[in-house]
Design a protein around this ligand. Structure first.
Ligand code: GDP
Length: 227
């Protein structure tokens, strides 16, 4: 067995503040609190705070991802009647800034006209919300990107803002499958949005095993203005 070399093998040191105290890793969603459930984008807070939106197909794991990042078990709720509620639920971050939990889409048992209204609702939000600093798209790693996901990205990515795709439920996949799933999503994004490569990150994620939680924290923190 290789001997541990205390000079060269020491683990990377945590960054230190000017005072010498270690700076804890960022957890931008920790301690987030409920603000409002907006039935229309016009009811959203208008105070100009930077906002991170979470989107995804119904049942993809969006609520679980928000709760995992917030280190809370019941901040975001999965809708009891998926497809019936069209609300944007807004949370306030401790350090300033907002999270917008967008309504899940793609639930099959919804009448066609409701689906259309819903897509318009999401489209309006994603194309007009000027305080939006980044989008987190939650995708079931086993299913990859679907048409409604790309419909949303078609509206979002031309704005040249960053995208984080959480390829979630990675705990249901083995290591090779996890890597392949993330790679398939990257390839689909690169093909459809060749100019957005530098704006997008695809991260294997699991609310259950907490795979990817700290990496996602660091990315979300980087989207928020420094204090
Ligand atoms: P939402 O409709 O997108 O908000 O999805 P939820 O967060 O409510 O999750 C839908 C289902 O997937 C629930 O049964 C969750 O327990 C399950 N789920 C969500 N995230 C994970 C995960 O990372 N791993 C596993 N194994 N199940 C998950």
């Amino acid at each position: 067995m290789k001997k541990h070399n205390i000079v060269t093998d020491s683990p990377p040191k945590a960054p230190r503040a000017a005072t010498g105290a270690a700076i804890p890793p960022p957890r931008p969603l920790a301690g987030a609190t409920f603000v409002i459930a907006a039935a229309h984008p016009s009811q959203l807070p208008q105070d100009g705070l930077p906002e991170i939106a979470f989107a995804g197909r119904s049942n993809a794991g969006k609520s679980s991802a928000i709760n995992a990042l917030a280190r809370q078990t019941r901040l975001a709720f999965a809708s009891r009647t998926p497809g019936r509620t069209q609300q944007i639920v807004v949370f306030a971050l401790q350090k300033g800034g907002l999270v917008a939990d967008l309504p899940g889409y793609g639930y099959a048992a919804v009448p066609h006209d409701v689906k259309r209204a819903w897509q318009q609702f999401l489209w309006e939000y994603i194309t007009t919300r000027s305080t939006l600093v980044g989008l987190v798209l939650v995708v079931d790693a086993r299913h990859g990107l679907k048409a409604l996901d790309t419909a949303l990205l078609d509206g979002y990515l031309p704005s040249a803002r960053p995208l984080l795709v959480l390829a979630t439920k990675s705990d249901k996949l083995n290591r090779a499958e996890r890597r392949d799933a993330a790679q398939a999503i990257r390839a689909a994004l690169a093909e459809r949005y060749p100019h957005a490569a530098t704006l997008t990150t695809v991260l294997p994620f699991s609310a259950t095993s907490r795979d990817g939680v700290e990496e996602a924290d660091a990315i979300l923190e980087s989207w928020l203005p420094r204090e």
